[in-house]
Design a protein around this ligand. Structure first.
Ligand SMILES: Nc1nc2c(ncn2[C@@H]2O[C@H](COP(=O)(O)OP(=O)(O)OP(=O)(O)O)[C@@H](O)[C@H]2O)c(=O)[nH]1
Ligand SMILES: [Mg+2]
Length: 441
């Protein structure tokens, strides 16, 4: 029997001990296995209180809620059973051992339930990715985006584009193959090209949305950089509200890049503390400075922290997205000029908290500006690549006069969209031809 025909089971809830443990089963023997454990099959999709016994010994393991979801209307598309047990180590171990003793059942591999849901057409690839993102989501923005993708924001759009493309392809194929049959209108290519251009414009608009979706997944990256001893690590600790980085009066304290994931007004922000930038003979510190420059250059925003009493200007190489934080404002005892002519500038005291509220509101606004707004269709490089390939093929198709090459470009574009959702097949092209033109009667 092939492995994908096995009935699989696993603990689907988090680390025990916990109040409740959810054990799930999926596959053709899920029903008999559930019956083996609780003596009956509950009504479909209704929770039933049941005594769970080891089918080998008849020993009572626990009392649980049992659920039965006959396929194909289930999470995986197969027969699915679920037990909500008491979440102790021994209860879980005894239940898993009991299930493992049943012929045809085995422990699921990582992601195998979702793999089956995909294989049975319950989820497309973009929804699978959305599900993974939803489980990883740490902030509201990430949760919102992941849930929309799980529910088909991109997958639905891609399927709609693909369906329209297949219709266009059907027109062109019909023109090529059957134009001599007499019952096909003369010029099918001109309306086909009009549709290609409209489609290309929609896909290009999605590509032009930029990398917001990817940044919501990965976080808006903010690098803290500046000369040694300026208070960079102190700033990181204040924002984190804990001693994440070592602070000392000794210049050159921070060597490695320290990374912190923050939730700023619901937006994910990755904050990096870096080594103070200066010329040095110490090879370890040199490496730290190299890393600091590197990460600052790749960040969405650089916070250039400098001592207000001895300000150092940010190097030009850092680009435009630089804010200057004049730190240790507590020491100067007067208002510092916070409106420089150059980049956005704030006077703060990372140690005492002075000016931090204003600065953090601005930082939250910056993250919201970069990550907020209309939902992003593209959340991964994979999406971007598939859509870019589609767009290129459509652009070539739109200026093509040879019907056979036009058809080939459309096929390429269709395949790229199919790869995006993971549903690549050609049978449906034939289906559309036969449905719309009634050829082959
Ligand atoms: N008065 C005052 N002292 C501060 C402030 N921020 C940091 N310091 C002090 O400045 C010294 C250096 O602070 P750090 O946070 O280690 O500075 P850094 O920029 O991370 O230094 P390196 O890692 O060596 O590059 C410490 O003694 C801090 O207590 C501030 O706002 N006011
Ligand atoms: Mg430091």
């Amino acid at each position: 029997m092939a492995r994908d025909q096995d009935t699989i089971f696993a603990l689907s809830s988090g680390r025990p001990p916990a109040a409740i443990a959810v054990v799930r089963l999926s596959g053709p023997h899920a029903g008999t296995a559930l019956t083996g454990l609780i003596g009956r099959l509950p009504q479909a999709r209704q929770a039933a209180l049941a005594r769970v016994r080891d089918p080998r010994s008849g020993e009572l393991i626990d009392e649980a809620l049992a659920l039965w979801f006959p396929g194909p209307k289930s999470e995986t598309g197969e027969d699915v059973a679920e037990l909500q047990l008491h979440g102790g180590h021994a209860v879980i171990a005894a239940t898993l051992a009991a299930l493992g003793s049943i012929e045809g059942l085995r422990l699921a591999e990582p992601g195998e339930f979702t793999r089956r849901a995909f294989g049975n057409g319950q989820l497309d690839l973009t929804a699978v990715e959305g599900l993974a993102d939803l489980i990883a989501a740490e902030t509201e923005a990430q949760r919102r985006q992941a849930f929309q993708h799980l529910k088909g924001l991109l997958g639905g759009k891609a399927e709609e584009w693909r369906r329209r493309l297949i219709e266009v392809l059907a027109l062109v194929e019909a023109q090529i193959d059957f134009s001599d049959e007499g019952d096909v209108p003369d010029d099918l290519v001109t309306p086909a090209l009009t549709k290609v251009r409209a489609l290309a414009a929609e896909i290009d608009a999605a590509l032009a949305q930029g990398t917001r979706g990817e940044r919501i997944r990965e976080g808006f990256t903010v690098a803290i950089a500046g000369p040694p001893n300026a208070g960079k690590s102190t700033l990181l600790n204040r924002i984190a509200r804990r001693e994440a980085a070592i602070v000392s009066p000794h210049a050159g304290t921070t060597r490695d890049v320290i990374e912190l994931h923050l939730d700023l007004d619901g937006y994910p922000v990755t904050l990096l503390d870096t080594a103070g930038i200066r010329e040095t003979d110490d090879p370890v510190e040199q490496e730290g400075v190299r890393r600091a420059r590197d990460r600052a250059a790749g960040a969405d925003l650089v916070l250039w922290v400098t001592d207000v009493a001895a300000p150092v200007l940010p190097p030009d190489a850092l680009g435009d997205s630089v804010w200057v934080l004049q730190n240790k404002a507590d020491l100067v005892g007067r208002n510092v000029d916070i409106k420089g002519s150059g980049p956005q500038s704030f006077a703060i005291s990372a140690r005492d908290g002075l000016g931090m509220d204003t600065f953090l509101v601005a930082l939250g606004g910056e993250a919201a500006g970069a990550l907020g707004g209309e939902s992003a269709l593209i959340t991964r490089a994979r999406h971007r690549q598939a859509l870019a390939e589609t767009s290129i093929a459509l652009a070539r198709a739109a200026s093509e006069t040879r019907e056979d090459i036009l058809a080939e470009e459309l096929r390429l574009a269709t395949r790229s969209l199919g790869r995006l959702t993971g549903r690549v097949d050609v049978e449906d092209i034939l289906d559309v031809i036969f449905r719309d033109f009634c050829i082959g009667k």
